[in-house]
Design a protein around this ligand. Structure first.
Ligand SMILES: Cc1cc2nc3c(=O)[nH]c(=O)nc-3n(C[C@H](O)[C@H](O)[C@H](O)COP(=O)(O)OP(=O)(O)OC[C@H]3O[C@@H](n4cnc5c(N)ncnc54)[C@H](O)[C@@H]3O)c2cc1C
Length: 360
């Protein structure tokens, strides 16, 4: 019998398996996908994410995958572009945006190095139960089965995980990757109830993610390319630089983006990552929070109520803030504060570093 079977081997599951294995647990990590595959999700990691990867000894591997350090952040809330520069603390950059094929592979490799057993192309169809206690998956038994199986978590469905907090889906995102856009930093541009979230990633590519209110879905879907370029062209400066580059990949979309917090555990089961908490991508918190919650779960593996207490303390405020921000309208007090930073590079840098939790 394993201590834990982890279903889903991406940022939440592979990190959880790695940390449990590092603490001496007997872990089986499974995914229906193959090792090193990509996933049509976002991947900019900021806030506590780069620091955590560094503490785990993995940030260098992420950077060595060809993923640039991001130490510049430009935001434009329809007012003016406010650029923070030299955004790093203790040598750790504000952000990195590794393709998921790179990041998830590094995490799976680290889990295997730590002693976890890994099975790819291994779909889990049903959990086994003894009464209401989960005892394993079809072929294997474990003390705890961990659902790290994403926002449509089959584990959550099978155990009937209660939803503790919920908000409706409000946005729709489409994205792709361009070459020939030598942008060094992260850009977040919000105007006319659209958002552009763009950053450099592996292979000298530049990821461009665009959001609209969900109410715009039918219009956007009629001609996705045209809708994307309409927003890109309305983005001064950056839009021209993206136009000068070349789109290298197909456009992917995400149109079902609920906002929920599920109970994190029950008899014989736990949830981590999007399976437990799913937020609109606006603040790009999914990956860094998945890494954090993996750590909290591994630390509180023998006390799952404590895991939930710590997860909720860390995430509920952001859950609400993210839902507010995902309405794609900057609040007047933020706009007023940004005006006070205009032309003051040191204050602007401090603002971003504080916002990212990199300095007190
Ligand atoms: C458009 C968009 C943009 C985003 N942008 C960002 C961003 O810039 N930064 C950020 O931090 N977050 C972003 N996010 C959110 C981020 O992608 C997710 O929070 C993150 O992928 C969650 O990781 P996870 O490991 O919990 O789940 P997932 O990445 O969804 O992985 C779940 C895994 O479980 C496996 N699985 C599922 N069911 C089974 C089964 N039955 N048996 C075996 N395996 C199974 C799947 O194959 C998959 O590999 C974005 C999301 C979207 C949709």
């Amino acid at each position: 019998m394993y201590d834990a079977i982890v279903i889903g081997a991406r940022c939440a599951g592979a990190a959880t398996a790695m940390l449990l294995a590092r603490s001496g647990r007997d872990v089986l990590l499974v995914d229906r996908a193959r090792f090193g595959s990509d996933i049509p999700h976002g991947h900019f990691i900021h806030r506590h994410g780069p620091r955590r990867l560094s503490e785990w000894g993995l940030l260098d591997r992420v950077l060595a995958s060809g993923c640039p350090r991001v130490t510049q952040f430009t935001s434009d809330m329809g007012d003016f572009p406010l650029t923070g520069t030299e955004l790093e603390a203790g040598g750790i950059p504000m952000g990195v945006g590794p393709r998921r094929s790179a990041l998830d592979a590094i995490l799976v490799e680290a889990a295997i190095e730590a002693g976890a057993e890994y099975r790819e192309a291994h779909p889990v169809r049903s959990l086994s139960f003894d009464g209401d206690r989960v005892t394993g998956i079809e072929s294997e038994q474990a003390r705890i089965v961990i659902g790290a199986d994403g926002r449509n978590s089959g584990v959550a469905k099978q155990v009937g995980a209660p939803v503790l907090r919920e908000q409706p889906a409000i946005s729709v995102w489409y994205f792709s990757y361009w070459s020939g856009v030598p942008e060094p930093g992260l850009s977040v541009i919000v105007r006319d109830r659209t958002a552009v979230f763009a950053f450099p990633t592996n292979d000298d590519l530049f990821g461009v993610f665009i959001a609209w209110p969900l109410t715009e879905l039918a219009r956007v879907k009629r001609d996705i390319d045209a809708a994307m370029y309409e927003v890109i062209d309305a983005t001064p400066g950056l839009g021209e630089r993206i136009r000068a580059g070349r789109r290298e990949e197909r456009v992917c979309g995400a149109t079902q983006l609920p906002n929920f917090v599920r109970r994190s555990h029950g008899p014989g089961w736990a949830l981590v990552g999007d399976a437990g908490v799913h937020k609109d991508p606006f603040m790009a918190l999914g990956v860094c929070d998945a890494l954090r919650d993996a750590e909290l779960l591994a630390q509180s593996f023998d006390d799952l109520p404590e895991y939930e207490r710590r997860r909720d303390a860390a995430t509920l405020e952001d859950f609400d803030a993210n839902f507010g921000a995902a309405h794609l309208m900057a609040p007047p007090e933020l706009l007023a504060f940004r005006q006070t930073l205009r032309g003051d590079q040191a204050a602007t840098n401090r603002f971003y570093l504080q916002r990212e939790g990199m300095v007190a």
